[in-house]
Design a protein around this ligand. Structure first.
Ligand code: SF4
Length: 331
């Protein structure tokens, strides 16, 4: 994909999974702070713009529960136009950042007025994976015969935790790996949190972290999200952390993903196959915890100082608002 994107004319190609690592570090820090300071719980993930829009329209009274973290590609765009631009000696107003996403809702997310820093949009354009595939075909690039190439440095490296972000339960699992080590100061021995994996619409678990027990829930698909929100609204939820993704299965089944047209589609469990592919990437990754990503460590050392710092908040966090159910985006 890197080779194809370069042939299509992109100067640099970075891995959004690095942005996912950054999201995890900020989100895990926010969770630990909320637990320690007795702030609003459960904290709910905010990386799925389809889901964020749903809660803004249907449960605005629960917006305080949303993590203030921007989604991975928005965080990444913001870092590219600040830290990276400075390092590479590029005027950020001359950069045009395109995110390749599995998601059609990210097209709406990128035009939210909050997704800007110094009046520059964090991301200039979003294309879906399906659109990219079409562009590659139109350019007569023979994808299967392309030579491999690496993502560009210094932001190219990503961890297995960043990779599993794409499947239901993956954000939770990645955040737990980081939160565990942050809370206990000890090395986490068992990295796989099987309790939050799998197809079940709502998964619940109690995770032991040091002397604390963290109750978590994972929901995918908006009817399952509604169930969790009703529990919170009625004071029946005792979770500390909830992951919600709008698409059933998570981003692997996002609205922008390739549609399986093969005759075998009834024989293949597409969702399970795609999820397994991400778990395999995770298993075979050199680094499997977001906070151990060398590129992320360097970013904090050289620029952001620490998770939740003033600069991190300015660049990587956002706010939400009550929204009407139907809006004219052209206005
Ligand atoms: S779950 Fe769906 S709506 Fe949410 S980010 Fe992933 S693809 Fe987009």
């Amino acid at each position: 994909m890197v080779t194809a994107l370069k042939r299509l004319g992109f100067d640099k190609v970075f891995d959004t999974n690095t942005g996912a690592d950054l999201t995890i570090v900020e989100e895990a820090n926010e969770l630990v702070e909320r637990i320690t300071n007795g702030e609003t719980l459960p904290m709910i993930t905010s990386c799925s713009p389809g889901w964020v829009r749903f809660i803004e329209m249907n449960y605005p009274e629960l917006l305080d529960h949303l993590s203030s973290c921007k989604s991975p590609h928005q965080m990444f765009g913001s870092i590219l136009k600040s830290y990276y631009a400075k390092k590479a000696g590029i005027d950020p107003s001359k950069m045009y950042v395109v995110s390749v996403m599995p998601c059609t809702a990210k097209k709406f997310e990128k035009i939210r007025p909050e997704m800007k820093n110094d009046s520059l949009p964090n991301v200039d354009s979003v294309i879906t994976t399906r659109e990219l595939a079409r562009m590659i075909k139109q350019a007569n690039i023979h994808f299967t015969t392309l030579e491999e190439s690496e993502f560009d440095d210094p932001m190219g490296e990503a961890t297995g935790a960043g990779a599993i972000f794409g499947t239901t339960g993956g954000v939770m699992e990645a955040a737990l790996r980081t939160a565990y080590e942050s809370i206990t100061g000890e090395e986490l021995q068992k990295l796989d949190f099987e309790e939050v994996r799998g197809k079940k619409g709502i998964k619940k678990a109690a995770i032991k972290i040091g002397d604390k027990e963290i109750k978590v829930a994972v929901a995918h698909g908006l009817s399952n999200a509604r169930e969790i929100l009703e529990e919170i609204k009625n004071g029946k939820a005792d979770y500390q952390f909830v992951e919600i993704m709008a698409c059933p299965g998570g981003c692997i089944m996002g609205g922008g993903q390739p549609i399986v047209t093969s005759k075998k589609r009834n024989e293949i469990d597409v969702r399970a196959t795609r999820a397994q592919a991400l778990y395999n990437i995770d298993k075979n990754s050199k680094y499997r915890k977001s906070h151990e990503n060398p590129a992320i460590k360097k970013l904090y050392e050289e620029y952001l100082e620490k998770p939740g710092s003033y600069r991190a908040h300015k660049l990587l966090h956002t706010t939400y608002q009550k929204r009407e159910k139907y809006v004219n985006l052209k206005k």
